[in-house]
Design a protein. Structure first.
Length: 104
């Protein structure tokens, strides 16, 4: 695909800087920039989809996820770490007995 684009001002300076400091042609700088931006957007889209199952409905088909997110996270953690969810009772702290002096 052939593309004509006008770069003026800051955008023009940025492209020129990248071309100068990388030794690449302007078309290569633009090609790499589009590839970088594409990967960034694709990664964001994937992360949001996985994250949304905890915050919104996502792909679960349920409509109550966002309202009960703390409960669902708690249940998930309890299932994964059952010992951590059980409150452990601590032994009451007692002061050690003071040594008594024997008088001669």
């Amino acid at each position: 695909m052939r593309v004509n684009a006008r770069f003026e001002g800051v955008a023009e300076e940025q492209v020129a800087y990248l071309a100068t400091h990388t030794g690449l042609k302007v078309s290569d700088v633009l090609r790499n920039s589009v590839d970088f931006y594409y990967r960034h957007i694709r990664a964001q889209s994937g992360q949001l989809k996985h994250f949304s199952k905890w915050i919104g409905q996502g792909d679960s088909g349920r409509s109550d996820i966002s309202a009960n997110v703390k409960q669902f996270i708690s249940e998930g953690l309890d299932a994964k770490y059952p010992a951590a969810s059980t409150p452990q009772t601590a032994e009451p702290l007692t002061k050690p007995a003071k040594p008594t002096r024997s008088t001669p």
